[in-house]
Write a protein that binds this ligand. Structure first.
Ligand code: FES
Length: 123
């Protein structure tokens, strides 16, 4: 089995996430899961004046999934819905610097959770 090594930045977001938690009166809650590993993400977003004013996450998953969730929140706070919808898993990976190949799907899970939240917001 390949040994997984995480960068300092991934470990920092995993051990000290800034956006972990729940927003009680969220405008939308996105959810996504990965059937293979069983990891599940929830993203809570709050919108004010057409921009994402706050974002928090709760993720049951690996270090890369937790770091990706935290970075995803960081990337969308302050963005318009339109701009937030263009955030991809590549943006998450670029922000983290590097993710082990085996863990790239964790950043995809982050993007899917965001897109689910934005879809619910539009309804
Ligand atoms: Fe599945 Fe990380 S191992 S999201």
């Amino acid at each position: 089995m390949e040994k997984i090594e995480y960068s300092k930045k991934v470990m920092q977001h995993f051990l000290h996430p800034k956006h972990f938690g729940e927003i009680k009166d969220a405008d939308a809650v996105g959810e996504a899961g990965n059937i293979k590993c069983g990891d599940i993400m929830h993203l809570y977003i709050k919108v004010a004046d057409g921009k994402i004013s706050d974002a928090k996450f709760k993720t049951l998953g690996c270090a890369a999934a937790i770091a990706s969730s935290d970075v995803m929140c960081e990337l969308v706070i302050g963005k318009t819905i339109e701009k937030a919808s263009k955030v991809t898993n590549k943006d998450i990976v670029d922000y983290l610097g590097v993710l082990p190949t085996l863990k790239l799907h964790c950043s995809v899970l982050g993007m899917e959770t965001l897109h689910d939240a934005l879809k619910k917001l539009r309804k």
